[in-house]
Design a protein around this ligand. Sequence first.
Ligand SMILES: NC(=O)c1ccc[n+]([C@@H]2O[C@H](COP(=O)([O-])OP(=O)(O)OC[C@H]3O[C@@H](n4cnc5c(N)ncnc54)[C@H](OP(=O)(O)O)[C@@H]3O)[C@@H](O)[C@H]2O)c1
Length: 318
Amino acid sequence: MRAAYLVEPSADHPVEAIRVGDLPAPTAPPGWVHVDVRAGALNMHDIWTLRGVGPRPHGGPHVIGSDAAGVADGREVIVYPVLPTAPNGRTVPHATLLPDAGHGVLAERIAVPAHHLVPKPAGLSWAEAACLPTAWLTAYRMLFTRTTVGPGRVVLVQGAGGGVATAAIGLATAAGATVFVTSRSPAKRDRALALGAAAALDSGDRVPELADVVVETVGPATFGHSVRSTRAGGTIVVCGGTSGFTADLDLTRLFAREITVHGSTMGTLDEFRALVAFVDTHLVRPTVDSTVDLADVRTQADRMLAGTGFGKLCVSLT
Ligand SMILES: NC(=O)c1ccc[n+]([C@@H]2O[C@H](COP(=O)([O-])OP(=O)(O)OC[C@H]3O[C@@H](n4cnc5c(N)ncnc54)[C@H](OP(=O)(O)O)[C@@H]3O)[C@@H](O)[C@H]2O)c1
């Protein structure tokens, strides 16, 4: 079967570490099922893996990817990507992703625990469905578990073009919130407005109204602005740091405005089911930047590293 995998990570040239070729199909232990993957998507997590950061349970070819949708026993499904129990015994959300446990999903045939399969909404394309497991699940938990978002709430999403960011725009807008976004790119700002954002600002610009909730995925490049843009009693939810992992924090504003900062990581299986139902009910279509054949997965990884995409970078395995 065809798969995207790495043999030797490369800290300096992660994209060149990707191989696409034939690997033996995995066996399915008791309680696991095979899925014939139709589409997948890339995440920053894959770039970190390609750089050699994070666990690799064995020394052989390591299939990358945590986002997949496909067919299992004739059913169209989306794969929940978090193994509920990590080797250290902790449970979600502090668990491990399928690829980190040696079960990456960017392959024609994968094996996953049977209870990880959630029916694919009929209205979603394969690529749209493949957007949901990682970035969209993360955004869902940030908005609806780590804080609350709905009508009357103002949400600021930093770095509008990102996978998590476009998910947050789509979900928060569908929930009835007023959404402001920032982006360095005028073209991405226009696209965010088309997704339903009420205002799209250049990075660092003053927000029209202080936010109840800030979705922070960019890190040090935007974190100061996030703090300045949060209203008294508001919440900043952080799931990553594309621009780095050490940010300055204005403590005066933090305590004077009684701002809460929450970390957030992935989501539970119940949250994944709720996300899929939410997307189906509210007719939210995940934003796909582009879809290429698996053979061209390096193009998508290049685009992710360059930060030029708007939405999810998908691959097709049909
Ligand atoms: N904790 C978790 O469970 C979890 C899950 C998923 C992702 N993450 C993390 O969340 C982060 C975002 O992931 P993603 O998949 O959404 O990434 P992505 O699609 O690559 O998006 C990154 C976005 O960040 C913005 N950006 C990058 N560098 C910037 C800079 N110097 N200044 C301002 N904006 C900058 C860009 O927005 P503009 O070009 O629009 O400005 C870009 O579109 C990553 O760090 C990832 O590892 C964590």
